[in-house]
Ligand binder design. Structure first.
Ligand code: OAD
Length: 367
């Protein structure tokens, strides 16, 4: 994994959204290529203006309407066969797991007692190596009572059951997508998982399971490796650590995406946030979230670059924001698609009682 794919956040105050110049410097070569493409497109658009080439100036007709109904029509017309979903902590809050940045309920607002230089230090690998205690104290305090997937997780599984899900990219480490029955080959857990843990000593790297880690956390013990006595850390990716190798699937998945659905994320952590720019230029992008996220950077717009989601600009022809609760949004989405009863039955049966079919396990799909 190249250094470019190290986990970074926009700033230490956790404020701000969209693309910043700072983020651009940190991104991988693929995105730099895209910027060159944008530059070329900008020049060609300017030239087209001079030549009166109307085709290049007209907005493509991709969606009938720039709302959820437009996206539903697009799916029903058979245009979406390779849907990519991108998720963050907002899809798990109704399971009792707090998100990070919501002002009063988010994890970063609850860290005052932990004597941290800034909230995100708790997930920084260098800080953790010297001071592992705050992380484990926080983990105990916020340890979920149950690990039950939400209706939103089941909606994602339903997309897969319909044979429409190319891949689900998640920043969440709670593994609820797995519990909901989304097959492993359809998942990219971009920020790792709490499912397994590992000794941080590079010479050792002994692996431990969730049960072992849970016992230590609940007993207020900083977990130490049984072999070498170094600290053991869950396999969640910390700031400053490389993303999992599987994140490389971005290169093959995103050019093939025909609908991007983004759920429950503030889109401020890189390189995940920039994935919205990796889909083809006419690919519709739907955000389901409490508030808008990942908005286009106005400075970049003035410079003629498109970077981030564009909900309000006169040029928008493909970005839709459905603002509200993720579960509610998914229920409504399913209803409009005529899948409401199927979604309800998946939720009622959970992942235990139904055999996951060949379609769902990806027997007919890719990678
Ligand atoms: P954030 O807390 O930054 O953003 C969660 C988003 O979901 C916010 O916009 C919330 O308003 C929204 N939200 C919360 N509950 C919701 C609900 N029920 N329905 C709809 N929207 C809801 O979380 P992430 O974007 O996931 O990384 O954060 C990204 C990364 O930052 C995390 O993976 C984590 C963190 O630092 C690491 O720890 C390495």
């Amino acid at each position: 994994m190249s250094k470019d794919l190290n986990l970074t956040t926009k700033d230490k105050t956790t404020k701000g959204k969209g693309c910043s110049n700072d983020n651009h410097q940190r991104l991988s070569a693929g995105v730099e290529d895209k910027e060159m493409d944008n530059l070329r497109k900008w020049f060609s658009d300017k030239l087209a203006l001079g030549l009166g080439n109307k085709d290049l100036m007209e907005k493509p007709k991709v969606l009938h309407t720039l709302d959820l109904d437009g996206i539903v029509d697009y799916i029903k017309s058979g245009n979406a066969r390779n849907i990519i979903t991108m998720a963050g902590a907002g899809i798990s809050t109704s399971a009792g797991i707090p998100d990070f940045r919501s002002p009063s309920s988010g994890l970063y607002s609850k860290l005052c007692g932990f004597d941290l230089p800034y909230p995100e230090a708790i997930f920084e690998i260098e800080y953790f190596r010297k001071h592992p205690e705050p992380f484990f104290a926080m983990a105990k305090e916020l340890y979920p009572k149950t690990f039950e997937p939400t209706p939103c997780h089941y909606f994602l599984r339903l997309l897969n059951k319909k044979g429409l899900l190319l891949r689900h990219y998640t920043q969440n480490v709670d593994a609820l997508e797995r519990v909901a029955g989304i097959p492993a080959e359809k998942l990219v857990e971009a920020h790792g998982t709490l499912h397994t843990s590992r000794c941080i000593n590079p010479e050792c790297r002994e692996e431990y399971d969730r049960k072992w880690m849970t016992e230590k956390i609940l007993a207020d013990i900083v977990p130490r490796c049984e072999k070498c006595k170094s600290v053991v850390k869950p396999d969640a990716v910390f700031f400053g650590e490389p993303l999992p190798e599987r994140f490389r699937l971005v290169e093959e998945d995103f050019p093939n995406c025909d609908l991007l659905i983004i759920l429950g994320t503030s889109l401020v952590v890189q390189p995940f946030a920039s994935l919205v720019d990796r889909v083809p230029p006419r690919c519709p992008r739907l955000l389901i979230n409490h508030e808008e996220a990942g908005n286009e950077d106005p400075v970049m717009v003035v410079l003629g670059f498109s970077c981030g989601l564009q909900f309000h600009g006169a040029d928008n022809f493909r970005d839709v924001a459905w603002l509200g609760d993720c579960d509610e949004g998914c229920y409504l989405f399913a209803e409009k698609l005529g899948w409401k009863e199927e979604l309800k039955s998946l939720i009622e049966n959970g992942c235990q009682s139904e055999t996951i079919s060949a379609v769902e396990t990806g027997a007919t799909g890719s990678t």
